[in-house]
Design a protein around this ligand. Structure first.
Ligand SMILES: CC(C)(COP(=O)(O)OP(=O)(O)OC[C@H]1O[C@@H](n2cnc3c(N)ncnc32)[C@H](O)[C@@H]1OP(=O)(O)O)[C@@H](O)C(=O)NCCC(=O)NCCS
Length: 207
């Protein structure tokens, strides 16, 4: 059984000592006051094309979330008991969201997701740092053994991000239809052992 660490409490960051040049990224719980930003990000077609957050019927063209859909998404992030969701802050400003979803407590595994909503915050190492913090939470606090995800084959930034964090290619998720074309959804996975080995730390197993 996976330890449930609610309310969200992140452990002290063991990687920060090594990250002198890393951007000042922190994670915090999402709040209702974050709604305005999330409405704006969920109206960004370019971002939606890179994610599987596409609202509406699968074969409909990618379109912006309505305000009501974006608000429902935020509510889901904040209240779904099978998720741990965090706001990503860069120097104190909310620039994106990251988290675990579909948490399978019996098998100690979960899917992860990330979206840097603010365009100016992309490509500056924020996604990498936020994922490091999330993975530390997933493996060392929640006690997961496996984190997995699906990413579109054309999403080079995301593929590089996950590979740089030690994710391996896993079973293919399938195909996803975006604006008239099918794309492969690449399955990727990272085990706790691989994470601890990559970060140079060996910890006593949680279970
Ligand atoms: C994908 C995403 C989370 C990456 O976060 P980020 O902060 O932009 O990425 P980082 O700056 O931490 O860089 C991570 C890696 O991606 C590479 N990268 C960043 N932007 C890139 C781009 N536009 N094209 C190709 N590679 C890119 C970086 O060089 C780095 O690779 P390296 O470590 O091998 O040098 C972010 O761009 C984003 O949220 N995009 C829109 C939503 C999305 O695609 N979510 C993921 C769905 S699976």
């Amino acid at each position: 059984m996976v330890h449930d660490p609610r309310p969200h409490r992140l452990p002290p960051d063991p990687l920060s000592a090594a990250g002198a040049a890393a951007p000042a990224v922190t994670l915090r719980p999402l709040r209702p006051e974050d709604a305005e930003r999330i409405r704006r990000w969920m109206a960004d077609i370019e971002m939606l094309r890179n994610t599987v957050l596409v609202p509406g019927p699968c074969f409909a063209p990618v379109r912006a979330y309505t305000e009501a859909e974006a608000d429902r998404y935020l509510t889901q992030l904040m209240t779904d008991v099978d998720r741990f969701s965090f706001a990503i802050e860069l120097d104190g400003a909310h620039v994106g969201n990251v988290g675990l979803k579909a948490i399978d407590r019996a098998n100690a595994m979960a899917e992860c997701f990330i979206e840097i909503g603010e365009k100016e915050a992309r490509g500056r190492g924020v996604g990498h740092r936020a994922m490091e913090l999330l993975l530390e939470h997933a493996f060392s606090t929640v006690g997961l053994r496996l984190v997995f995800l699906g990413v579109f084959e054309f999403n080079q930034a995301a593929l590089r991000l996950y590979r740089g964090l030690g994710f391996d290619d896993g079973p293919q998720y399938g195909w996803h239809y975006v604006d008239g074309e099918y794309f492969e959804v690449v399955g990727m996975l990272l085990t706790r052992d691989a994470h601890l080995s990559r970060t140079g730390r060996c910890r006593r197993p949680v279970h």
